[in-house]
Ligand binder design. Structure first.
Ligand SMILES: Cc1cc2nc3c(=O)[nH]c(=O)nc-3n(C[C@H](O)[C@H](O)[C@H](O)COP(=O)(O)OP(=O)(O)OC[C@H]3O[C@@H](n4cnc5c(N)ncnc54)[C@H](O)[C@@H]3O)c2cc1C
Length: 381
């Protein structure tokens, strides 16, 4: 990766906006169990941060992927996991398929307002009986003239309570398995759609998570993204963007966790000396710094391959396996070295401990990553 002066200026812009528009409000939003997406997103949109890689004609910045790397690393430095995750859903999880395969009309009506921040987007794939195995999907869209009639349930949907539109993966034929699925845009003000439940979680409290119900929800067939029946393949491609941004966020989040822990350990005196003067602690932190550095540069290799137009499945999958495992280790170690105060709800370490636990499950569990790596590398049958 070649970062230029322009990248460094961009890094500063993102860092400033995180420090100005997110960090001062994190405690309040975590307590409320939701951040105000319709207030924050337009501020990010005005700075061009919601559509970095999307075409200028669609309202994006036309930048290359190296800027997404910087964006993810800096966003990850926010003092909670929930808000960066919600922003990443908007920029890299719910919109890539629309940008890549959507018609001009769909992009004008749904992508453009998502890029200004006027509209909040969500990606609705998971269901009660289909998480790791997307083939278990039961939400069905049946064609009636020029409309899809959608029935089903979606679960654990980030931004789901506040979303204006959803990128829904639904069955559009009886073929079963991975065949016969389509991606369909569903505006949340469509009759028959409702948020069945706002879900309470272990962590990432500032991010709203919904269970959704679809009862005879009618949308035009022209709301289909790309080809009817190609939804699964398009979603698999969209998952690559999801995994890459999650891996970039992890670098920033772990980096700031080490910085904050070091600051504490330099001040905290135990057995007549600052804790950081214990070689054991220095070595534990040095080991984590080394692993974060490995992740950062592995991400850069992934991003470089993406920039060259290569398939990044293996890179993104390996990083998506290792990044959450590292985050869990960093969170646990930082909490440990804070002692009792680290366990207190008021201290950032307890929030990081809860928030970082998500990524070994969300966006594809560790075991799903292992399954993919085993398949790609011909391990096992
Ligand atoms: C906070 C949060 C936000 C989310 N946001 C979204 C969202 O915005 N949109 C969306 O569509 N989904 C979202 N999800 C859903 C998430 O992607 C799924 O929870 C995840 O893919 C796992 O699916 P599952 O929960 O059904 O677990 P299951 O598929 O039931 O799996 C349970 C566990 O079994 C293990 N496992 C699975 N497969 C294998 C295997 N082959 N071999 C061995 N072990 C295995 C794993 O440890 C896994 O965690 C979110 C989830 C959470 C918790």
């Amino acid at each position: 990766m070649q970062f230029t002066e322009d990248h460094e200026m961009f890094r500063k812009t993102v860092r400033d906006v995180v420090e100005r528009e997110i960090n001062p409000y994190v405690d309040e939003w975590e307590e409320a169990g939701m951040f105000p997406a319709h207030e924050l997103f337009p501020k990010l949109g005005a700075l061009g941060l919601l559509g970095l890689e999307y075409a200028e004609a669609d309202g994006g910045q036309g930048a290359d992927h190296s800027y997404t790397v910087v964006f993810g690393e800096e966003l990850g430095r926010a003092h909670c996991g929930g808000v960066p995750m919600a922003i990443a859903v908007q920029t890299d999880m719910a919109t890539p398929s629309l940008a890549n395969f959507g018609t001009e009309d769909l992009k004008r009506r749904y992508l453009a307002p998502a890029l200004t921040g006027e509209a909040v987007a969500a990606i609705a794939v998971t269901e009660p009986d289909a998480g790791s195995d997307v083939a278990g999907l039961r939400t069905r869209a049946v064609r009636d003239g020029d409309e899809w009639v959608i029935n089903g349930t979606k679960l654990y949907i980030t931004n789901g309570v506040q979303a204006d539109w959803l990128c829904v993966l639904a069955r559009t034929s009886d073929e079963g398995g991975y065949r016969g699925m389509s991606q369909i845009i569903v505006p949340t003000d469509t009759p028959g759609f409702s948020v069945a439940k706002r879900l309470k979680k272990l962590g990432n409290w500032s991010s709203d998570t919904a269970e959704m119900s679809f009862v005879d929800v009618r949308v035009p067939v022209t709301n289909t993204i790309g080809e009817v029946g190609r939804g699964f393949q398009q979603q698999m491609a969209q998952f690559q963007n999801e995994r890459m941004i999650a891996n970039y966020l992890a670098v920033g989040a772990n980096e700031v966790a080490i910085e904050r822990t070091l600051a504490y350990l330099r001040e905290r005196v135990v057995f007549d000396k600052p804790l950081i003067e214990n070689q054991h602690i220095q070595f534990e932190l040095a080991g984590l710094v080394a692993e974060i550095d490995m992740l950062r540069h592995y991400n850069y290799a992934c991003a470089s391959a993406y920039l060259r137009g290569e398939d990044t499945t293996r890179f993104a999958t390996i990083a998506k396996l290792m990044a959450p495992r590292l985050s869990r280790k960093v969170a646990d170690t930082c909490l440990q070295f804070h002692g009792g105060i680290g366990y207190m709800a008021e201290t950032w370490t307890s929030r990081y401990f809860r928030d970082s636990r998500l990524w070994s499950i969300g966006g594809g569990a560790d075991e799903v990553m292992l399954r993919t790596i085993a398949r790609l590398d011909g391990i096992g049958s």
